[in-house]
Design a protein around this ligand. Sequence first.
Ligand SMILES: NC(=O)C1=CN([C@@H]2O[C@H](COP(=O)(O)OP(=O)(O)OC[C@H]3O[C@@H](n4cnc5c(N)ncnc54)[C@H](O)[C@@H]3O)[C@@H](O)[C@H]2O)C=CC1
Ligand SMILES: C[N+](C)(C)CC(=O)CC(=O)[O-]
Length: 505
Amino acid sequence: MAPICRAACIGGGVIGGGWIARFLLAGIDVTVFDPHPEAQRIVGEVIANAERAYGLLTQAPLPPRGRLAFCASLEEAVKDAEWVQESVPERLDLKRSVLAQIDAAAPAGALIGSSTSGLLPSDLQAGLAHSERLFVAHPYNPVYLLPLAEIVGGRATVPDTIERAKAVLDAIGMKGVVIAREIEAFVGDRLLEALWREALWLIKDDICDVETLDDVIRYSFGLRWAQMGLFQTYRIAGGEAGMRHFLAQFGPCLKWPWTRLTDVVNLDDALVEKIGAQSDAQAGGLSIRELERIRDENLVGILQALKAGDGGAGWGAGALLADFEHRLLAGARAPAAADPSGPLELLECRVSPAWIDYNGHMTEHRYLQVFGDTTDALLRLIGVDLAYVEAGHSYYTVETHMRHLDEAHLGETLRTTCQILAMDDKRIHLFHRLFAVAGREGVEREVASAEQMLLHVDVAAGRAGPAPEAVLARLRPIADAHARLAMPEGAGRSVGAKRVAAVAE
Ligand SMILES: NC(=O)C1=CN([C@@H]2O[C@H](COP(=O)(O)OP(=O)(O)OC[C@H]3O[C@@H](n4cnc5c(N)ncnc54)[C@H](O)[C@@H]3O)[C@@H](O)[C@H]2O)C=CC1
Ligand SMILES: C[N+](C)(C)CC(=O)CC(=O)[O-]
């Protein structure tokens, strides 16, 4: 699916680690060079967080994880790469020397992206032999979840480089936003720095502490920004007269002034200690990795909510996620190693934060989602994939009976099995079982089952019809093998307490 198979990451810290995880989870092999003695441990922890987050984020069939190799030299890391991402510390001299080494050792056609937060690409590409392939790909932390990279070309960057970079980002689930003209700190960090500068003054001047400041953001406009950004939010804030009225009303305030944007706060020892101490208190003893996991769960919840936005079409970053999942599903191959001598192992996923209800466990409609995804995996196995559906035929579920046997909790691994109880040319009668495992070594328990009847339909005609022989030929051997299995406990059950007899008048 991705237009590249091999990426190299030079620097594996906060951002390099995030890029590594993003590439690996998109099925791309990654070679890494980072001289830090603990680089492998640090990167390993970022990848573990990323895998956990993806398990919560999506049930779409991700490609097999790419292979990861740490290299002893930069030259070895980049020698076969199609995309090299530089993520070394933010110093122009260091970046220039690292980029010159990359340029000399990478294959002629390789793209070279820099993660710089604010250095000009023209300054980075000065003196490179192949400066036309150097661009800024400025991501946001965590790179494996936040899907944007600002793409900024320098004076020597050619349009083809920008187009290719966008295509690769698209294939790994990211939106490459091209910034029209290079400028220090691009767009995102211009905005963030303005906010940060103001925030530092508010703390220094004892207007509020760091926790109050963060609360002001996260309980109010922070929620708005994730879904509509700044200008669309302000358009609505202008009431029915929209943006022009908003500008007329609040434009003059810019001159009052409300802010101290042009002054730079002196980050002296006292202010650093003040902010450090308030930040320690705010963290309440949670480690950075713990905070990262909480952040990731929250981001997953936000992305999933946005995926359901705009009447299910998806909105903003949620629409991007929906599109990425659609392509993963379209490109998904039928699960190859389904062994029909027992119930089929078709799905593994995690209980996501958005799936938890007011009782503190997985809410009921998510069971149906997991069983539905299991049915979809069975259908792909017998050749009923997205292309089949787009060609006008499908299976519809016409009946489901679910039993809830135990509770599933946040973060637990879920696994399903599927047994075919009966089939004919139009129908599939199946029985799914859902198991949950707590923790890595945890004991598995059955938490639910679902019995379903599927009906083959001609979608255009709007009626049931026989499945083609190609589909039946894949289904039959499984059904024949499953006919030799015992009937699962719970199959054929109906819902019911004895009805109270009508009282005779
Ligand atoms: N931390 C953030 O929030 C963001 C940072 N960035 C940018 O990403 C880049 C990296 O920043 P971070 O990951 O935060 O820094 P970091 O300090 O976490 O990681 C830098 C890594 O580069 C390695 N390194 C140093 N010299 C090297 C060399 N010659 N060759 C290979 N590796 C080398 C270090 O050992 C370290 O692991 C910077 O340009 C920064 O502006 C971009 C977006 C967000
Ligand atoms: C602080 N920072 C300038 C390194 C931030 C970024 O570049 C982007 C981000 O992730 O906030």
